[in-house]
Design a protein around this ligand. Structure first.
Ligand code: GLP
Length: 241
């Protein structure tokens, strides 16, 4: 049940992704949206922001749900003002410019596992996720569901793989945290729809494995396969696949 759509380049992809998201919100204004950070969706969020600011799109009834977050050395969330905080990034790139009023985030207290339990309860109270907007890790991760993550992998604390520590280094010039919390594969795969955004030649080989290979926990993105999964990729990522 996976629909593959091609875009000429990252900007064309952003317009197509924004069109898809806007259409879902038109059908259901109270959409619950799982929101990835990372480089890939930034042009899409900017395109959505343009529409909101132009008054042609209203996201005020949408609930934006955080996908993942780094943990500091104390095994709790980073300070909101830490430039590496993914919640901070989601605020700057999505919640603020898109004028989102309802959010679900990882809330840190004394124990990160409790944070995960509380997160799952908040997502359940929302009625689950309507649309998951996802990026593709170079190692096939979704959120921080590092390989191997099977379909039952819960919302949890995860050590970041050496590969993810390297790939996340481009976001800022500070040390990449060693641990994170992530929405489980359980949450992601239960989403009623998902949109996987993939751009750039550096994603070509992993995308090919997602599209052609067997579904395996070794490549968590390959487990996407519900009735309403769209993979939107640009030419550089598709190559001749
Ligand atoms: C990161 C994040 C994911 C993101 C993915 C792809 O490590 N944990 O949420 O979707 O990897 O990132 P990018 O879009 O920067 O390639």
């Amino acid at each position: 049940g996976l629909i593959l759509r091609a875009a000429a380049d990252p900007q064309a992809l952003a317009v197509q992704a924004a069109d898809l998201i806007a259409e879902r919100v038109r059908v259901k204004p109270e959409l619950s949206l799982l929101v990835a950070t990372g480089s890939t969706p930034m042009l899409t969020y900017a395109e959505l922001a343009r529409r909101v600011q132009a008054g042609t799109l209203d996201l005020s009834r949408v609930t934006a749900v955080q996908l993942d977050e780094y943990l500091g050395p104390d095994s709790l969330g980073l300070d909101d003002t830490d430039q590496r905080s993914l919640w901070g990034w989601m605020q700057r790139s999505f919640v603020g410019p898109l004028r989102i009023t309802r959010t679900v985030r990882f809330q840190f207290g004394e124990d990160a596992q409790q944070t995960c339990t509380h997160y799952d309860a908040q997502v359940s109270a929302l009625g689950g996720i309507d649309l998951a907007v996802l990026g593709l890790g170079p190692n096939g991760h979704l959120g921080f569901n590092e390989p191997p993550s099977g379909p039952d992998a819960p919302t949890r604390v995860v050590p970041l793989s050496p590969e993810s520590q390297v790939s996340n280094r481009v976001y800022w010039d500070r040390e990449v945290p060693r641990q994170a919390v992530t929405a489980g594969m359980t949450v992601i795969l239960a989403a009623r729809a998902s949109l996987l955004l993939v751009t750039g030649e550096h994603k070509r080989s992993v995308l090919r494995r997602v599209l052609n290979g067997p579904a395996t926990p070794e490549l968590p993105a390959s487990l996407l396969g519900g009735p309403d999964v769209t993979v939107l990729a640009d030419r550089a990522a598709l190559g001749s696949a």
